[in-house]
Design a protein around this ligand. Structure first.
Ligand code: CAA
Length: 390
């Protein structure tokens, strides 16, 4: 058995309430809170980036033995901070992982962390007893006053992958699909994404239904085998749009169960927004943290990973006996409760702030807002330096 032994997420401690945003933009707040299904949106200061958020997600779950056993660090991101050096190399140093590990960054929009998870599974299969750290870390940016603005967000997830995992054992069967399309993309010269909103929704649903048919043929699984399905969630209503059509021919009892668990899986996204490649795993943490142990050992959980551009994959895993003892529910709820509610002026000022791009030393400080353990503290001659708060 190989799978998720420990897991955690991180989100910056500043957010904008979406009713505040709707009022400022002259939009009916129900469009954002009911139509899109979002309540709050994480807004990172310039001192939080892919590296710091990834390190903040991973640090709390790693003990000394993990640091000596992790051989592979994969960071999935579509908002990396360097075109050459990987964020994984920075994170390797910040976490103090032993030197004889390999560190890489992978990219395929929001699918990156799933690519990392699959690489990690194969690595552990070939190297029994060793471990891999998979991180998904992103800042979602469409721009102020755009139709995508309400679906921004920021955060990271960290998964420790090992043999005999204590949370979720991954199955070997999975089905992936690739089709080169332009539903959402970001040329290297832009710091905001370009999106064809309606087409991106259609592409997402089309990928799910197409892969699901192939998955059923290859695995002989039917929907009734699953206790819950977790989705990549750019906003909380998106997965439901994919799930509803396949529930049409199922019993009311099954539909009720899967929709109830779907709702539980969306709670963290509703309060954070789109974290791109970590989003699917944020859904899993939301589901397990909120299910009050109604999900039992050996229950089968389905996963739909989707990265625009586009690559999708459906895979599954079974809950391990005692999984509930290894969740970090209290820490997650405290993290969300202790955040700072930004005014619209603060949100726009933080959003518009840019990192220095010139030679020389540039200390950075956002101490009023950013209380995180790891943060970007300076840029010296184009080199990023991070600090760990004492
Ligand atoms: N009260 C209640 N509901 C309302 C309402 C009101 N006053 N006004 C509108 N609504 C509803 C609409 O009926 C609609 O519901 P349905 O989706 O169920 O039809 C919903 O609110 C959204 O309304 P619009 O479609 O008119 O909203 P929009 O044109 O502003 O765009 C969006 C919404 C396409 C999600 C846009 O925010 C966007 O482009 N976001 C970024 C792209 C994205 O997230 N795509 C998702 C798939 S791609 C992917 O998954 C990869 C990724 O991470 C980006």
């Amino acid at each position: 058995m190989i799978g998720i032994d420990k897991m955690n997420f991180f989100t910056p401690n500043t957010y904008i309430d979406l009713v505040t945003l709707a009022n400022k933009r002259g939009v009916d707040p129900n469009k954002f809170t009911i139509g899109i299904g979002q309540s709050k949106m994480a807004v990172p200061t310039i001192t939080q980036d892919t590296v710091s958020m990834g390190a903040n997600a991973a640090f709390p779950i790693l003990d000394k033995e993990d640091l000596e056993t992790i051989d592979l660090i994969v960071v999935g991101t579509e908002t990396g901070i360097d075109e050459s050096k990987s964020s994984a190399a920075f994170i390797h140093q910040l976490l103090n992982i032993h030197p004889f590990a390999k560190s890489v960054e992978v990219k395929q929009a929001c699918y990156g962390a799933t690519a990392g998870l699959m690489m990690a599974k194969d690595y552990i299969k070939a190297h029994p007893g060793r471990k891999a750290l998979v991180i998904g870390s992103d800042i979602s940016r469409y721009g102020l006053n755009t139709s995508g603005e309400v679906t921004q967000g920021a955060g990271a997830i960290a998964l420790l992958i090992s043999e005999n995992p204590r949370i979720l054992a991954l199955d070997d069967t999975s089905v992936a699909m690739t089709e080169s399309i332009f539903d959402f993309w970001r040329p290297n010269y832009r710091d905001t994404a370009i999106v064809d909103g309606k087409y991106s929704n259609e592409a997402y649903v089309n990928f799910f239904t197409t892969i699901w048919e192939e998955y059923k043929n290859r695995t002989n699984h039917s929907l009734s085998d699953f206790s819950a399905f977790c989705f990549h969630l750019p906003y909380s209503k998106m997965g439901r749009k994919a799930l509803l059509p396949v529930l049409e021919n199922e019993s009311e009892e099954l539909a009720t169960k899967l929709l109830k668990n779907y709702d539980l899986s969306t709670d963290y996204t509703k309060n954070i927004g789109n974290i791109y490649t970590g989003s699917l795993y944020l859904s899993l943490m939301s589901l397990l943290d909120h299910s009050d142990n109604t999900l039992k050992e050996n229950d089968l959980i389905g996963f739909f990973s989707y990265g625009s551009g586009a690559v999708g994959e459906i895979f599954s895993g079974r809950l391990v006996p005692g999984y509930e003892n290894f969740l970090m529910k209290e820490e997650h709820i405290a993290m969300l409760d202790e955040r700072y509610d930004l005014s619209i002026e603060e949100y726009e000022a933080i959003f518009n702030k840019e990192l220095p791009k010139t030679d020389g030393t540039h200390p950075l400080s956002e101490a009023k807002y950013d209380k995180s353990l790891f943060y970007l503290s300076s840029i010296t001659d184009h080199q990023r330096h991070y600090s760990q708060r004492q």
